[in-house]
Design a protein around this ligand. Structure first.
Ligand code: F6P
Length: 531
């Protein structure tokens, strides 16, 4: 049965009416003044993650209508279909079962296969971690996109849990500067290369794997079988490359959802089997929350619905992520792929043109660094950009003063975005660095802030394997929710194909210089780069 288009539902029309009547003009300062219980009413506690959603431009009615929209769009049925392994990735005819990768043994689809590989991979990780016996000091993950961004995000996030005697490196870019700077730090005798590629055909990964193997042999490395391991769904291609130790996964694991599979091998080596299991368990707890919690208290649902409200009614085109934890420095990059590759689509699952905006631009930097760079624009720029703060209550370092300052900065930013400052307030303040010769009223206008800028704040008790697992699963499901409302297939990525094909056509032209048939710009650039 064809699902109704979100824009054809009664709830959509009601949301449009509500937006015109109250939504556009909602003022957070008034909303808090009117309702002292707003913080509690708009907070959601999910496993490991508390979310304050009260500083967002919505009210009780918006929320109710959004929940009606979710029902009208068949969100719950679509969720059940995903969890049951129906082929909801229709353009590739595949199931979408990353949740099965973190289900306890015996509980999810494909449990036997999943746990067979998981146990083998964790046993292998433990052998590598026995550095006296393995002789390994450095592990290099060669992969790109979903075969890189997950481990590259999670390894620094869980540094406090990592093996002190092992250094983890990541090579993704086909730009030779990437692998060159890594290789010069390595000794072939003590290095393990993980070639991580779902397809084992990706140009960048195959080219870097080749460079790594050549370097290994040229620098006296013997025993390739011991120093190269493959993680892939294409075990035959890995074998052809000369890799004998391989950990498989399945076509029902999307690249950007694959951190929980053997693609997580580098993370498992860094943090060990027990912590990797805790990471999976945290994600599974979030899966259960997503699967069973009513829409109103279901955190991925609430965040996904808010995304639709902002994108399609407020017409916000961007969202900034500000993790106030240095370990989460790669989270924005990870989320870019997760959200923008999943929902950056202009047709729905039936191939019909979508009449509404889809994935926002997702971007950010860890706090407090972002404050001294682009937060100026968030506070006083002409565009409203919702910000998502992530605060972690307990640090793993021994500098409580620094941590208090970090948390105070985090709260101050969301407060400043919401409260703003009027010109009259600015006029009453002293500004020691301001020009004395300027009209004070003019100066006050420069120093005022519009306020009423929305933000969410996620709070973790601590950044642990379990809470990181829950946080990432939360993001996965939230992307699913907005994609389901829009009627998108969030699990294909045809938009990356054209560039790959054109690159393959251009490659031989770099040898010959032949520009026949090229557009004038590309021909001109080819000549410039070859001269
Ligand atoms: O370029 C897009 C993409 O297909 C991603 O979806 C994927 O995560 C990445 O390339 C890497 O693919 P593979 O794991 O097959 O090398």
């Amino acid at each position: 049965m064809t699902k109704p288009r979100c824009t054809d539902t009664i709830a959509w029309a009601a949301l449009q009416g509500h937006f015109e009547a109250h939504g556009r003009e909602l003022d957070l300062r008034d909303a808090f003044a009117r309702d002292p219980a707003r913080f509690d009413a708009f907070s959601v506690q999910a496993p490991e993650v508390f979310a304050d959603l009260s500083k967002n431009l919505w009210d009780t009615k918006t929320r109710r209508l959004l929940e009606e929209l979710a029902q009208a769009c068949g969100l719950e049925a679509h969720r059940e279909a995903m969890l049951a392994g129906e082929p909801i990735n229709s353009t590739e005819g595949r199931a979408v079962l990353h949740t099965a990768l973190r289900a306890p043994a015996g509980q999810g689809p494909f449990s036997a296969e999943v746990h067979e590989v998981l146990e083998r991979m964790l046993a292998y990780a433990e052998r590598v971690r026995d550095v006296t016996a393995s002789g390994i000091t450095d592990v290099v993950n060669i992969g790109i996109g979903g075969s890189d961004l997950g481990p590259q995000m999670a390894v620094p996030a869980l540094e406090a849990y990592s093996h002190p005697g092992l250094k983890l490196h990541f090579v993704s870019n086909v730009d030779g500067h990437d692998i060159t700077s890594v290789l010069k730090k390595l000794n072939p005798a003590t290095t393990l290369f993980i070639i991580a590629s779902k397809t084992f055909t990706t140009q960048e990964t195959m080219a870097n794997a080749q460079v790594a193997r050549d370097w290994f042999v040229a620098n006296g490395g013997s025993d390739t079988a011991k120093h190269f391991v493959g993680v892939t769904t294409n075990i035959a291609a890995a074998a052809q490359f000369g890799i004998t130790e391989t950990f498989g996964f399945w076509d029902w694991v999307g690249g950007r959802y694959s951190l929980w599979s053997a693609i997580g091998l580098s993370l498992a080596i860094a943090i060990g089997a027990e912590h990797f299991r805790a990471f999976l368990a945290g994600a599974h707890a979030m899966d259960r929350h997503f699967a069973t919690e009513p829409l109103h208290s279901n955190l991925p649902v609430q965040m996904g619905l808010l995304d639709v409200w902002y994108r399609n009614f407020h017409q916000f085109g961007s969202r900034s992520v500000a993790p106030y934890h240095q370990g989460l420095k790669r989270l924005p990059a990870y989320l870019q792929q997760l959200e923008m590759e999943s929902n950056g689509k202009c047709v729905d699952a039936q191939g019909r043109a979508l009449g509404v905006g889809t994935s926002p631009v997702v971007w950010g930097e860890p706090g407090t660094n972002g404050q001294h760079a682009y937060f100026q624009m968030l506070h006083q720029g002409t565009d409203v950009i919702p910000v998502e703060f992530i605060a972690v209550k307990t640090p793993t370092h021994a500098h409580p003063d620094l941590h208090t300052k970090l948390l105070a900065n985090c709260l101050a930013q969301s407060q400043a975005l919401m409260l703003g400052k009027t010109a009259a307030e600015a006029l009453n303040e002293t500004a020691p660095t301001a020009s004395k010769s300027l009209d004070q009223a003019v100066l006050a206008r420069h120093r005022s802030f519009p306020g009423n800028r929305p933000s969410s704040t996620l709070v973790l008790e601590a950044l642990t394997p379990r809470s990181l697992g829950a946080l990432i699963a939360l993001y996965e499901h939230r992307v699913f929710v907005s994609g389901a409302i829009w009627g998108i297939n969030s699990f294909d990525q045809w938009g990356v194909e054209l560039g790959k094909a054109l690159c393959n056509q251009l490659l031989p032209r770099f040898a010959t210089g032949d520009a026949t048939g090229l557009d004038a710009s590309t021909a001109g650039l080819l000549a410039k780069l070859k001269s």
